[in-house]
Design a protein around this ligand. Structure first.
Ligand SMILES: Nc1ncnc2c1ncn2[C@@H]1O[C@H](COP(=O)(O)OP(=O)(O)OP(=O)(O)O)[C@@H](O)[C@H]1O
Ligand SMILES: [Mg+2]
Length: 274
């Protein structure tokens, strides 16, 4: 199961043939009509032939602090289609990162269900969820979270190794993607030798190298200047769309949110259209 990555589908040359249309900033989800995109935060994608990638029903989550239960998410409903790009916005402390952790299987809701491709994530149990996460999720964080003792190439190879793909098999894919983001010549460098924008490009490659179905980004440009952030987002957008993957991106920036197919906002523990 974990070794089912088909690298024939993902040769580095694939990225050389990306057309400019794939990079269009405002492209909407191809399978959605305009009315579908604006109906509700729950979306209207259940009828798509492919079915939704994610379906959240009545998701609740909170934290116990000093003996008190603080509920952060209070009934989140959401349907996300395959290949959709969503921006998740909301005030600081509204629960965006909490929701992203649930979507990535790092935590489970206290109530409600999260179905990935029809299967309930909480029902998997921790060990199986961990394996599921390695295979199907790519995370990108505000502070890059590269491993400082590993070279750029070794950082990128890590998700492949965790999925049972050895260095020899993964190297070509990893180097091809690094070339795609303009970092082929930095494969042997260590993260502390790279600029912030370069580190985030490596983090993007690391998040995509194992072809996850779901890419989760928590304020990926929050630590970059505007111009660098735009370049990083262009790359992320282009690679995610070229691979037909689903992206959920947390941001505080209206400019960043505008690039998404759909913008959803967390208010008082629930989602609404932004
Ligand atoms: N492990 C934890 N234990 C206790 N409370 C927590 C924990 N993690 C998060 N919280 C609380 O949950 C609330 C939501 O946090 P979360 O990090 O999801 O917000 P956010 O919307 O991502 O905020 P920001 O935009 O500042 O990153 C906050 O009040 C936070 O203090
Ligand atoms: Mg956060």
């Amino acid at each position: 199961m974990l070794n089912d990555i088909n690298y024939e589908l993902y040769p580095p040359r694939h990225f050389k043939s990306l057309s400019p249309e794939n990079t269009a900033k405002s492209r909407k989800h191809p399978a959605m009509s305009t009315s579908q995109q604006t109906l509700s935060p729950h979306g209207n994608l259940a009828t798509l032939a492919t079915g939704p990638l994610l379906q959240l029903d009545g998701v609740r989550c909170g934290y116990r602090e000093a003996g008190e239960w603080r509920e952060i998410l209070r009934g989140v409903d959401l349907i996300v289609g395959v290949g959709e790009q969503l921006a998740l916005v909301g005030l600081s402390g509204s629960g965006k990162s909490t929701l992203l952790h649930l979507l990535g299987g790092l935590d489970v809701p206290s109530a409600g269900t999260i179905a990935f491709d029809g299967a309930d994530l909480a029902g998997l149990g921790e060990p199986a969820r961990s394996l599921w996460r390695r295979r199907h999720v790519g995370f990108i964080y505000q502070f890059f979270n590269l491993i400082p003792t590993l070279s750029v190439l070794e950082n990128v190879l890590l998700p492949l190794e965790l999925n049972g793909i050895g260095e020899r098999a993964g190297r070509e894919t990893a180097l091809g993607l690094l070339a795609e983001v303009g970092l082929a010549d930095r494969a042997g460098s260590y993260p502390d030798r790279l600029s912030g924008g370069e580190q985030q490009r490596v983090a993007i490659v690391r998040a995509l190298v194992h072809q996850p179905q779901l890419v989760l980004a928590d304020e990926p440009t929050g630590n970059l200047d505007f111009a660098t952030g735009e370049k990083v987002l262009d790359l992320l957008d282009r690679l995610v769309r070229a691979l037909g993957r689903t992206l959920i991106l947390v941001t505080h920036s209206p400019e960043v949110a505008r690039r998404a197919d759909r913008v959803i906002r967390l208010v008082d523990g629930r989602l609404s259209l932004a």
